[in-house]
Design a protein around this ligand. Sequence first.
Ligand SMILES: NC(=O)c1ccc[n+]([C@@H]2O[C@H](COP(=O)([O-])OP(=O)(O)OC[C@H]3O[C@@H](n4cnc5c(N)ncnc54)[C@H](OP(=O)(O)O)[C@@H]3O)[C@@H](O)[C@H]2O)c1
Length: 235
Amino acid sequence: MEQAKTIIITGATSGIGQATALLAASHGHRVVLAARKEADLQATAAAIHQAGGQAIFKVTDVSNRDEVQALIDFALAEYGRIDVLDLNAGVMSFAPMNEIRVDEWERMIDINVKGVLYGLASAIPVMEKQRGGQIIATDSTAGHQVGQNNTVYASTKFSVRAIMDGVRAEEAGAHIRTMMVSPAFVKTGFFADQRNANLESVPKLRPEDIAASVVFAIEQPANVDINEIVLRPTL
Ligand SMILES: NC(=O)c1ccc[n+]([C@@H]2O[C@H](COP(=O)([O-])OP(=O)(O)OC[C@H]3O[C@@H](n4cnc5c(N)ncnc54)[C@H](OP(=O)(O)O)[C@@H]3O)[C@@H](O)[C@H]2O)c1
């Protein structure tokens, strides 16, 4: 078996993040779960423990710099090193620009972009000191192509791609691997929102499909840096 790693996952209580946590723990890795709702964190950790895996959790809002720093400090205090930081937490609000939903634009920028930057701010110094680590961001095919009604969401995912490409260029010498996983639609909590009911019949991936790609990238040998996996469902 690949050596067990310490993996922090944000947005670990639902959808892609939860599937990644369950799969990584089933492979023997130690997972540190982060999200805002404590009850959901407890439930996800309990499911992992019941299956014989190792998980701890910390309530974290990724749009709060201090809480992200506290998450990294917590994982370091518990396990002594951070092998992987999976910056997965993100929100999507789809609407045409002329509905002027400025509050939703700000929320997406705060969580999807600043949340990633705060994670990098806390993890890069740790990984440079360790002389190694891996940073993963959940991007999207919306980070490659803008469609109708997803302009601001896509802009946050284009931004994540720029940030992660820059970190790769700067940090490869410190043996920090960087990877983006970029799925098309995935059947997750997002589609429970009635505003997205029109997307009900669109083909979707399963959260487990994305989790398998993430764990595959994590378990590559240290000299192999998979930088992006793009996933679309068959039609
Ligand atoms: N679903 C898709 O079709 C799709 C496609 C491409 C990319 N993505 C990306 O995949 C990622 C995960 O999405 P998903 O569809 O799996 O979402 P989801 O099922 O709605 O789950 C979102 C997770 O993020 C957490 N979260 C939300 N806001 C947070 C915050 N401010 N701080 C910390 N945690 C927060 C939620 O828990 P709490 O509410 O308790 O915080 C939950 O654990 C996102 O980055 C999304 O943009 C999704």
